[in-house]
Design a protein around this ligand. Structure first.
Ligand SMILES: [Zn+2]
Length: 281
């Protein structure tokens, strides 16, 4: 997909991405990846030995370039988390591969960057209670399966029940967004639940998956947010984290449009919201 490059290009155009605030992830540590994911699955993917069934479930043709891109994106989420700890807020230009399970990938997701980065912070003792706040239109089923029995990570998925995956995970907190929900209803649900969840779980770190497949023109999502609705959602989440001094690492999540420049602009809304938050304080 070209949207990642277009996103970087657009953020430079509007003056949000500069050489001073751009950080480049180092190659992914396979040792870390194999601690979080099934080691055999990691090995088979890297060596190009996944079965046709496994490749079919992922939905992306294997290539060496896919390996490079996949590992780099996961490493980017690990870096984003480290930067969020340092600066309070950091935004990735990729990430949010939340359908990846411990031993298999699905729905265009190979490794679960959110699970890897959260596990990395926890293992280093840098955080104690992580919340993964997933606002992509699809359920973060892979992420939920990673942390079903982990009391240090609470997964919150706001998703449309009618969207992929067909079989939902019961673990974690799942909040239904009705099919066809517009800005007002979506924001009402978000605002009526988020503060309580933070109060209840008191996370000391948040991963925010700002998927834009909730947009009314998205090819896959069944929710009808406008650009402004997405911007208001992102602003509200980031401001709430900021007000409570909880470091937040943002990943872009899903977004699907035939015109990848259009979807890249949608993804930039969270970076624009982040800039506004940083600008206010
Ligand atoms: Zn999605």
């Amino acid at each position: 997909m070209k949207k990642f490059a277009f996103l970087a290009e657009y953020l430079r155009e509007i003056g949000i991405l500069t050489n001073d605030n751009l950080f480049t992830p180092s190659p992914m540590s396979l040792a870390l990846l194999m601690k979080v994911h099934d080691a055999g699955y990691v090995r088979r993917f890297v060596r190009g030995q996944l079965s046709p069934k496994e490749i079919g479930e992922i939905g992306l043709p294997w290539s060496e370039w896919l390996v490079e891109r996949t590992l780099r994106a996961v490493s980017g989420t690990v870096l984003t988390a480290e930067l969020a700890l340092e600066f309070g807020l950091a935004c990735h230009l990729a990430g949010g591969t939340h359908h990846a399970h411990p031993a298999y990938g699905s729905g265009f997701c190979i490794f679960n960057d959110l699970a890897v980065a959260a596990s990395s912070l926890l293992e280093q003792g840098k955080v104690e209670r992580v919340m993964i706040l997933d606002c992509d239109v699809h359920q973060g089923d892979g992420t939920a399966s990673f942390f079903a029995n982990n009391k240090q990570v609470i997964t919150v998925s706001w998703h449309c029940e009618e969207n992929y995956p067909q079989i939902k995970q019961a673990a974690g907190i799942n909040i239904a967004i009705p099919k066809g929900a517009t800005d007002a209803l979506y924001l009402f649900i978000l605002k009526s639940r988020l503060a309580n969840l933070l109060e209840q779980y008191r996370p000391d770190f948040i991963f925010y998956d700002a998927g834009v497949d909730v947009h009314q023109n998205d090819r896959l999502g069944y929710v009808n947010l406008t650009d402004d609705g997405i911007f208001q959602r992102d602003l509200y989440v980031l401001k709430t984290c900021r007000d409570q001094s909880i470091p937040v690492a943002v990943v872009i999540g899903g977004g699907y449009d035939r015109d990848e420049r259009v979807v890249a602009k949608r993804h930039s809304l969270v970076h624009q919201a982040a800039k506004q938050i940083v600008g206010i304080l």
